[in-house]
Structures are given as C-alpha cells and as structure tokens.
Design a protein around this ligand. Structure first.
Ligand code: MN
Ligand code: MN
Length: 477
C-alpha cells in the first residue's frame, strides 16, 4: 500500500522529485538579462561578418589575435606559449588554452561547425537564356529549395587568377551593391507546379541566379549578355571564365542579422546553424578568467552539412594533428600511444543547434522530448534517425558528470531529440569524435526555421550556451 500524504507533503515531494523546465528569462537577474542582450550584439557582429566557412575562419582568427592567442606556426621553438590556434586550409580552425594538467591525460573539447547550407556556383556557372545572363548553382547541405527563390542573394567567395593571385569577391552586402536573385514562377501560371509534390515542384537545376540583362556590343556579337558579366568580372577582379572553373563562390542570403520581435528577444540571421555554437564556444574559451585545470580546446569544423567529409571536416585527422602539436608544445611524449591516450581520455561537447518546437508545426515533435526556445542549452543524448541509426549515444556516466557542473553553475538546460521517432532526424560531428573513444554529448541552443535563409535563435539561449560552454571549460575535470 502506498502511504497517503497531505497537500503540504505532496508539494514537498513534488519539489524533491519532479523537474520543472526553467525559462532562462525567469532564471536571470536584471544584470544578467542586460548581459544577454549585450552578448547578442557581439554575436550579431560576428555572424554578419561570417557568412561562409572562410569568412568565419578569418573572423575567429581576428578575435583570437585580439585576445592574445598566437598562430601555432608563428610560435618559436622552446618558447612557452599557452594560448594558440591553428588554421586548416583556410576553412577550419583549432584553438587551445593550455591548462595545468598534462595533455596526455586528456583535454576538454568543444567541436562546432562553421559551414551552413547555401548554394555554390557550379564550376561552369555563366550562361545566357532569353537575353538574361544567369549563373548555375549546386546547393550545399539540406535546404528547402523554394526558400531561396525570389529573394535578394549575395555572392561570397574566392578565385585564383592565372598568375596565382587570390581574389576575394563579396557582392550584395553593402547598401550600394547589387544583389542577385533566383526568379520564381508567377502564381497565375503555377497550375502545374502547384499540383506537384513539394519535393518535385522545385528542381535543383532551376536554382539559377539572375546576374544581368545588359548586352555588350552589337547584335553580331555572340552571347553578348554573358560577355557583359565576364567583362565586369575581368574589369573589377581580373577574373576570366577559366578562373571561375577553379573558384569557390558561395551564394548566400543578402543582408545582416536583425533583432526579431517587438521585444527584440530573438536574433534572425542566416547561419545560426552552427555559427552560434562556434561564436559562443569561442567566447567561452577566450573569456576564461584563469588558467583552466584541463586544457580547453575548440574545433571549428567545415563540411558538417555534407557529412563532415573532406580535409577540413570532422572526419579528417585534424584532431590528431592538433593534439599531437599540443603534446610537442608542452614537451610531453608525442608518440602515437601518448596521442591515443590524450584523445581517448578527453571530454567533449558537440556544439550544434537543435530544432526548437515550431509553434505552427508542433506535430513533428514529441513534445516531452523536444527543445523549446528560451529554455536554455539543449542536450541531445543521441542523434541519428529511425531507431537511433547512425547515432552517437552519450554515456549516462558522462552526461551525469556534466549535469552536475552545469547545475552547480546555475546553467539552464533542457534535453531533446530532434523530432518524433520516425519523423526524421539528423547527425552532428559527435559520432566522428566518438570514434576516437572520447566521451561526447551534443549540447547547443535551439533554433527555429533551421536551415532556412533566416533562422531564429533566442537571445536567452545564445547567452546560456556561452555560459554553459564556459562552465564546461572551467570545471570539467
Ligand atoms: Mn549543425
Ligand atoms: Mn545543419
């Protein structure tokens, strides 16, 4: 028989055993609320300047240099340096703040990614059709194609000239710049399109950006609309059609991040996924007030959106390379065995965004296990799809350890799965780090409109991600 209890006892019991979700705004005092808004302003500056992985690397480096970190390649042998970074192929960064404990006993890692879904120009992009000059694209990462039509787009990228000179191209961000756009069908003639499935109604090969409609020369000249564009590219940048073949030019939403809402409580921007985790973890490491017990390491990976492939993604051996550099710099044994020990003994957070419950699409979430905007940093014990396939599932012992230090520091946190069990899912860099045997769990803020050209993230959650990552670096032993 269960012992009956009175109302007061029931209330006491509830307080002891139940967990009520905490709204960050309710947990913060006035000073902290101000800090959250101030932090968002810093973040907006970062994200506005970091629309591609290359730009993110440059911004991260700028911030690191300002904060006393040194490029590992510039560190003279034998000199004792405790804060440094390394850049991989201009698209990924690793940073370390050396702690008191030996590297070979493990480090504390936060891994995030700095690539976002977008459209890449094809290698042979330029053509003309109906006296309009266009450029062909190949989308990168998971996008809902229709979201990219009929809106201002900017191009950001680099090209190399035949003489080897690197040229940076950014068009569409300044007020005085032109923008680009993908033309969409008018509703009046959309009958056939409207009857198609969404996945068929918008084709990848129709994601072509309009780049001009002014002819050069007279009617006798072949492809004179395309020639106009090539003329401009050559005049302004010395770029020829062949240079475009080996260029990397990305098409992204034009414009800056904006406060969203009457109360300005959200930030709307392109690329919160995952530059919000990149920025908050970067600040978390920079703002460490004293030398950490355990070396704090941040990885800012590229290519997460296409499966962490390539030599700048989490699947590459960047981790081995950087940790072995740490061993050498700290004058520890840097044999393969020591490197293995250092990595397998490490603790990690996979800093990546989670899907907040969409007010208008609540049915795709299982609400007892879904992230809510405003309820703090979100743990995903596992990711993967349908039966946890392809997932890294964090160990209970490890999760518990982090929960303890987060609670001690009054970090507001929640737990979530990406969606309903058989609805879909997603992966992060977690499983690639887990392959090394290190402990890892997914942990990041929730966003709305994920993978759209204008994602929403709550200022309370951005600030809480920063505090959480800082606590992890400070207290995880
Ligand atoms: Mn992500
Ligand atoms: Mn993503």
């Amino acid at each position: 028989m269960i012992k009956q209890i009175n109302k007061a006892e029931a209330e006491k019991l509830s307080k002891t055993v139940l967990r009520e979700p905490t709204l960050v705004w309710d947990a913060l005092n006035q000073v902290q609320k101000k800090s959250a808004f101030k932090f968002a302003e810093d973040y907006k500056k970062f994200i506005d300047n970091s629309k591609t992985e290359r730009e993110s690397v440059k911004e991260i480096e700028k911030i690191l240099l300002k904060s006393g970190f040194k490029n590992i390649d510039s560190v003279t042998k034998g000199k004792s340096v405790s804060k440094f970074y390394k850049i991989y192929n201009k698209k990924a960064v690793a940073v370390a703040y050396c702690g008191k404990r030996d590297i070979s006993k493990g480090v504390n890692i936060i891994g995030s990614h700095i690539d976002s879904p977008r459209l890449d120009l094809k290698q042979n992009p330029l053509y003309e059709e109906q006296d309009i000059a266009l450029m062909k694209t190949h989308y990168y990462g998971g996008i809902k194609k229709y979201q990219w039509l009929a809106r201002p787009l900017a191009i950001h990228g680099i090209a190399y000239l035949k003489d080897g000179k690197e040229v940076t191209i950014t068009i569409g961000e300044k007020e005085s710049d032109p923008v680009f756009s993908i033309s969409d069908l008018l509703p009046h003639l959309g009958k056939d399109q409207a009857s198609k499935k969404l996945s068929d109604a918008f084709e990848g090969e129709k994601l072509n950006i309009v780049t001009g409609s002014l002819p050069i020369g007279d009617k006798e000249i072949k492809e004179r609309f395309k020639l106009t564009i090539l003329n401009i590219l050559y005049t302004d940048f010395k770029i020829t059609e062949e240079d475009l073949l080996c260029a990397e030019i990305e098409v992204v939403p034009a414009g800056k991040s904006r406060d969203v809402g009457f109360d300005r409580s959200l930030v709307g921007a392109y690329g919160h996924d995952d530059r919000v985790c990149a920025y908050t973890s970067l600040r978390a490491i920079i703002d460490l007030k004293k030398i950490p017990e355990v070396t704090a390491v941040g990885f800012f990976f590229d290519k997460e959106e296409i499966g962490s492939e390539g030599n700048t993604g989490a699947k590459s051996k960047i981790i081995d390379d950087f940790i072995s550099d740490l061993l050498v710099i700290k004058k520890e044994d840097s044999s393969q065995r020591s490197l293995r020990k250092a990595i397998i003994s490490s603790s990690a957070l996979s800093g990546d965004v989670n899907a907040g419950i969409e007010p208008d699409y609540q049915s795709v979430h299982e609400k007892r296990n879904a992230a809510r905007i405003g309820y703090g940093i979100c743990f995903s014990k596992f990711t993967g799809v349908r039966g946890k396939s392809g997932s890294s599932d964090a160990n209970s012992e490890y999760f518990n350890k982090i929960r303890k230090i987060f609670n001690r520091d009054k970090i507001v946190w929640q737990v979530a799965e990406l969606g309903k069990v058989d609805q879909g899912g997603g992966g992060t860099v977690a499983k690639f780090l887990a392959e090394y045997g290190m402990e890892i769990i997914d942990c990041g803020p929730a966003v709305l409109s994920m993978h759209s050209p204008f994602e929403l993230c709550g200022k309370a959650d951005i600030y809480m991600a920063y505090l959480a990552y800082n606590t992890f670096y400070k207290d995880m032993i």
